[in-house]
Design a protein around this ligand. Structure first.
Ligand SMILES: Cc1cc2nc3c(=O)[nH]c(=O)nc-3n(C[C@H](O)[C@H](O)[C@H](O)COP(=O)(O)OP(=O)(O)OC[C@H]3O[C@@H](n4cnc5c(N)ncnc54)[C@H](O)[C@@H]3O)c2cc1C
Length: 380
């Protein structure tokens, strides 16, 4: 039986997030995009009303919300600003490997503190020399008695350095590829762990992106998730889930592009009538609507599979690749609908395009999503 309705709780979550986006995010989004500053107050307010770290399980004191809930939330927040939403989304990304690979005691130790206040997690897989080929980890982990010593660097880490901890993927022996991989929780204050903020991103500038550097950074061995050889599996299982909220964020961008286009097309006149009366403009609006509705269906279906414990790898890849491309195209067409005004920052549509581009790159590029889908289709 197919049921497209949301529960009362999900409707409440949706209206809470919608109101938050309208009142707290939209008024400041352009300013944080310009300044590239971290929107501390916005994140603090999001935490206060329960929109941050929503996937922390109940046994660790959290709300234990499901993937569909996260997607409902994500679409609304990204409607306001994808960059600000990415801060929250990346924190859920940092939580997920602990939920997947951590013991109950580790989940309590690391996730319970995230529930109070504006505290973030981060996920550190990508390195300067390798992103797509995640098995080619160079960050070195040496097990020294009851400690792990890390050396190396991680690149493009969202919330990196400002989060309470990073889940760092490293290798005890690079020649072993995935069999040598480990996942280690490294608290922000660890000696030998530093970071450099990355500036001048094309979009999503409110999100904090950093290079992480580990120089003889030592943590207790109890901070490792699983054992040696489990790191890569934990990372892949994480991304197979967390790329679905990227799709949801993309849907927020598409929805905004559509609504801004409708508003502008009704108000702007050319040749003595509103441009909304031109069929070429109507076709763009209809195309955005088709993209939004189909991408949302793909996103919700992938989320539903996760929530029901069903295989979801190809569906998550499909949702992420499809929704992010729909968003990019919708933002592009929204600029076109706005003509010259769309090309400058006075209207929000040029930011939508810059923000949408990143969703085609992070949490594995859309080329990698296509490989994931093809692998699923071509195997016996
Ligand atoms: C702002 C930002 C935030 C990010 N946040 C995080 C984060 O929080 N944590 C984290 O770990 N990472 C993060 N990333 C990193 C992101 O996941 C990587 O950039 C991405 O996976 C691509 O890796 P790469 O940049 O090394 O590109 P490369 O792997 O060098 O790829 C370059 C190009 O080659 C293509 N390519 C590579 N291999 C193949 C193949 N086999 N077949 C076809 N094409 C291929 C890619 O699709 C891409 O087009 C972030 C990146 C950015 C820009």
């Amino acid at each position: 039986m197919i049921d497209f309705s949301l529960t009362e709780q999900q409707k409440e979550l949706q209206s809470l997030a919608r109101e938050f986006a309208r009142e707290e995010i939209i008024p400041v989004a352009a300013e944080f995009d310009r300044s590239e500053e971290y929107p501390e107050q916005v994140i603090a307010k999001a935490a206060q009303i329960g929109l941050l770290n929503v996937s922390v399980p109940e046994h660790a004191g959290g709300l234990g919300l499901g993937m569909l809930d996260e997607c409902i939330l994500g679409e609304e927040l990204a409607y306001g600003c994808m960059g600000i939403y990415t801060i929250l989304m990346a924190s859920e990304l940092g939580i997920t490997p602990i939920v997947i690979g951590g013991t109950e005691a580790q989940q309590k130790q690391w996730l319970e503190p995230l529930v109070s206040g504006a505290k973030l997690a981060s996920f550190a897989l990508s390195e300067p020399g390798n992103g797509s080929d995640a098995a080619a980890l160079k960050t070195k982990a040496v097990i020294d008695g009851d400690e792990i010593v890390l050396n190396g660097s991680k690149m493009w880490i969202t919330n990196g350095g400002i989060a309470e901890f990073a889940v760092v993927f490293a290798t005890v022996d690079a020649s072993l590829r995935t069999k040598g991989s480990v996942a280690v929780i490294v608290p922000r204050e660890t000696k030998g762990f530093s970071h450099n903020k990355i500036h001048h991103k094309m979009g999503q500038r409110a999100s904090y992106t950093a290079e992480l550097v580990f120089e003889d950074a030592r943590v207790p061995i109890s901070y490792m998730l699983g054992g040696v050889g489990d790191g890569f599996k934990i990372a892949m299982k994480t991304l197979d889930k967390t790329r679905i909220p990227v799709a949801a964020g993309s849907n927020g961008i598409t929805k905004r592009a559509l609504e801004e286009s409708v508003k502008y097309a009704r108000a702007r006149e050319a040749f003595g009538k509103p441009i909304s009366e031109f069929q070429l403009i109507q076709a763009k609006i209809a195309q955005m609507y088709m993209g939004l509705e189909t991408a949302r269906l793909a996103t919700y279906r992938a989320a539903w599979l996760v929530d029901n414990g069903l295989p979801h790898v190809s569906e998550a890849a499909l949702a992420k690749a499809y929704a992010s491309e729909v968003a990019f195209n919708a933002a592009n067409e929204a600029i076109q609908v706005h003509g010259g005004f769309g090309y400058v920052g006075e209207y929000p549509v040029e930011k939508l395009l810059r923000d949408a581009k990143l969703n085609m790159i992070f949490e594995s590029t859309n080329e990698i999503q296509r490989l994931v889908m093809a692998r699923g289709l071509l195997k016996d």
